[in-house]
Design a protein around this ligand. Structure first.
Ligand code: AMP
Length: 113
């Protein structure tokens, strides 16, 4: 990755976060500007810029992020939740380190804005 993002600085421990889960492949922490009662970000330790930057070799890692999202949802007591990956500026991506949003605790609308 060309420039370290705020998420790589969180991974390095340079910036604090409210951690809810971690393992050798990823870290999950609460979003600083929650859009739902539960809003958690799951990020890979590998500095992929986006889902678009992922390669065949990242297949297991991407699956792992999904399973961790489900595990964290259970940990948070959620029965229903939404996962979101924004890819690119027009899709709303502001931090260019791949992350899965886990949102829950309220009724969701569809389609998203
Ligand atoms: P996206 O817009 O999909 O790139 O999502 C980036 C998310 O990161 C936003 O929901 C931000 O609120 C969140 N965020 C940015 N900085 C931090 C931080 N230091 N700690 C936790 N969440 C953050």
């Amino acid at each position: 990755m060309a420039n370290p993002t705020i998420f790589s600085r969180i991974l390095e421990g340079e910036i604090p976060c409210e951690e809810v889960y971690k393992d050798e492949f990823c870290l999950a922490f609460r979003d600083i500007q929650p859009q739902a009662p539960v809003h958690i970000l799951i990020i890979p330790r590998k500095p992929l810029e986006s889902l678009q930057a992922a390669k065949e070799e990242d297949k297991a890692l991407l699956g792992h992020l999904m399973l961790v999202a489900a595990k964290v949802a259970e940990q948070e007591g959620l029965q229903d939740w939404r996962t979101v990956i924004n890819n690119g500026e027009k899709a709303g991506q502001t931090v260019f380190h791949l992350h899965v949003h886990l949102l829950g605790g309220r009724t969701m609308k569809w389609p998203p804005g």
